[in-house]
Design a protein around this ligand. Structure first.
Ligand code: COA
Length: 378
């Protein structure tokens, strides 16, 4: 088989149908169930977007109230799971602990193997409701603080901030966070979603599929890039260093985190909206440090685009925006999970709705067939 016949990294390969989202790189656009993601981010709460991703339509007021009530009723972790989190290694990366907590949740669920449409929906909402508490509890455990229980008087994003920091920030901060949740929620057959679909296609359970998705998302070439962006900004240090830092990094052929995309080649459709949210955070915080990160990121962006024609992806503005919201850098990718749980589980439902085992072929390059020589004769 020639190299040209092999689709390395499955680049450009269409492997199945999907009705969840459509990525249109030629016009830099992304829609969820037909709605432009920028419009969803500006006009909807994340809860509405989650409802849309699973139910294919935006909710009416009463459907949203029921959905929100259901999410609240699913909040809360078992004592066993809280104990497990309280015994996690404090040095472990939060993606490792979150992966373990989700897996633990799966083994607690007596209906794990129920992959009927209703069974999958129940589990999707369960994970959507409980993952924020897993992230918050692990964060506080690492800080040596006791966990804060969910507060059903608070909405999804408010409750998450409260469980992390013991307070609800200003409305503008909640809105920026909600925007990031909406933008991270779904993106067709990206690596983690595809990993989840591969696992679902074996008719394994949805918790296994999500756990696999978390593992795939952790990598710096995928979700882990939002953390790497913040480390990069810290390394650059000052806005005046940005251009020179980038030119040196490019000369050294370094991979610049937060830039480039397998599908978008002339800009990521989600970036303008998240960049606006990042700017909003800079204005809300108003500190010299916040302004410094903004100017630095402008310098890096301009230099990368003018020198290489490679555009920033969503992780580039999301990383520093999360930092300004007060999150620890290793929490950034778990925040992505709190959002992408919607997309992953919608894809698992879709995969199982018309399942075909995903099993590609490979081009063998090892030694030719040969005979085994017994140990005594080798
Ligand atoms: N920094 C420097 N060069 C980059 C780059 C980056 N972030 N992204 C792409 N390139 C260059 C590659 O070096 C390659 O150059 P070459 O043809 O001279 O070898 C060319 O652009 C094509 O890149 P390639 O890595 O083959 O594209 P891909 O489709 O396999 O990779 C990513 C896409 C996302 C993995 C890649 O852009 C990347 O690693 N980005 C940084 C990580 C990141 O931000 N990930 C989050 C994605 S949402």
């Amino acid at each position: 088989m020639s190299d040209s016949e092999i689709k390395y990294g499955l680049a450009g390969v269409v492997t199945d149908d999907t009705a969840v989202s459509k990525v249109m790189p030629e016009i830099n656009s992304l829609t969820y169930r037909g709605y432009k993601v920028q419009d969803l981010a500006s006009q909807c709460r994340f809860e509405e977007v989650a409802y849309l991703i699973w139910n294919k339509e935006l909710p009416t007021q009463s459907q949203l109230s029921d959905f929100v009530a259901r999410e609240k009723s699913e909040r809360g972790l078992s004592d066993d799971l809280k104990n497990v989190i309280s015994r996690f290694n404090k040095q472990a990366h939060p993606m490792d602990t979150l992966r373990t907590a989700i897996s633990f949740l799966g083994q607690e669920d007596k209906t794990t193997e129920d992959s009927s449409p209703d069974g999958l929906y129940d589990k999707a909402i369960r994970m959507y409701a409980k993952i924020p508490e897993m992230i918050a509890a692990d964060y506080r455990h690492k800080q040596g603080l006791s966990a804060i229980a969910p507060d059903n008087g608070l909405e999804f994003s408010e409750n998450f901030f409260n469980m992390c920091f013991g307070e609800v920030p200003a409305d503008e901060v909640i809105k920026c966070f909600d925007i990031s949740m909406t933008l991270y929620a779904e993106h067709s057959f990206n690596a983690s979603t595809f990993a989840a679909r591969v696992i679902a296609s074996t008719t394994s359970d949805i918790y296994s599929a999500v756990t696999g998705g978390v593992g795939a998302l952790k990598g710096p070439l995928h979700g882990g890039a939002n953390e790497a962006v913040m480390h990069m900004l810290k390394e650059v240090g000052e806005p005046d260093n940005a251009r020179e830092w980038m030119l040196t990094a490019l000369r050294e052929k370094r991979k610049i985190m937060g830039f480039g995309h397998r599908v978008y080649r002339s800009g990521d459709s989600r970036v303008p909206t998240m960049t606006e949210a990042f700017k909003k955070m800079v204005d809300v915080i108003g500190s010299d440090e916040a302004k410094k990160y903004w100017e630095m990121s402008r310098g890096l962006d301009d230099t990368m685009v003018s020198e290489k024609g490679i555009y920033p992806n969503l992780d580039f503005p999301a990383g520093p925006a999360y930092y300004l919201m007060g999150f620890d850098i290793p929490m950034f990718t778990p925040l992505f999970v709190a959002s992408r749980i919607t997309g992953w589980t919608a894809h698992v439902m879709e995969q199982l709705g018309d399942n075909k085992l995903i099993r590609p072929l490979s081009n063998y390059t090892g030694s030719g067939q040969r005979d085994v020589v017994a140990m005594s004769k080798r």
